[in-house]
Design a protein around this ligand. Structure first.
Ligand code: ADP
Length: 175
């Protein structure tokens, strides 16, 4: 097999991956996936997706700002907003990989369907699925929002500033 030469200065040859999701909001589970996979890439782009068919607590801009704060000291992580197909974004960004996380069996069918569809749309882009750590496999943005809504403690489930943002959002929603 031929080995490919990679130059750190040419953006085309960077090992770049896109991690798409709602991130409404980003949780410790998402953060863990990114931090564990980061050594394998030159850059990971956290892609905040925004679908007209889904409802969110936070605007794309709020989700982006919250995620950016988590990775502000990591130059290799960039956060972007996109409302089109992930594969189109990945092609434009020169990313050869799509990253996703898998928590429990219930995630499997959805992730497999999406990976297969993306492979059909763009066979040159590979989806990589990373298993959640067991201690994070029950954490989802949806559950975290539910806990926050009823006044439960979200410490350890989301980064601190996101916990504070959840509290503010709950107050806003209850007004
Ligand atoms: P989406 O609405 O696209 O599923 P999410 O923000 O819920 O967006 O999740 C983005 C990705 O992160 C998905 O692949 C999801 O399975 C994964 N993920 C979510 N929570 C965790 C977690 N606790 N551990 C590992 N992966 C996770």
């Amino acid at each position: 097999m031929k080995t490919q030469k990679r130059s750190k200065t040419s953006s085309k040859s960077l090992r770049r991956a896109v991690y798409p999701g709602s991130f409404d909001p980003l949780t410790i589970g998402h953060q863990d996936i990114i931090e564990r996979l980061l050594p394998q890439f030159d850059e990971i782009i956290v892609l905040i997706s925004h679908s007209a068919n889904k409802s969110y607590w936070f605007s794309p801009k709020e989700r982006k700002q919250m995620a950016e704060k988590v990775f502000e000291k990591m130059g290799q992580v960039r956060v972007e907003i996109y409302d089109g197909l992930t594969v189109d974004f990945a092609k434009k960004a020169g990313a050869a990989f799509i990253l996703r996380g898998l928590r429990v069996v219930a995630d499997f069918e959805y992730e497999m369907g999406m990976a297969n569809m993306n492979a059909r749309l763009a066979p040159e882009i590979e989806t990589l699925i990373c298993f959640s750590r067991p201690e994070y496999n029950y954490i989802s943005s949806r559950m975290v929002k539910e806990v926050a809504l009823y006044g439960g403690d979200v410490k350890g489930l989301v980064p601190e500033h996101i916990g504070a943002a959840l509290k503010r959002k709950v107050k806003e929603l209850k007004r």
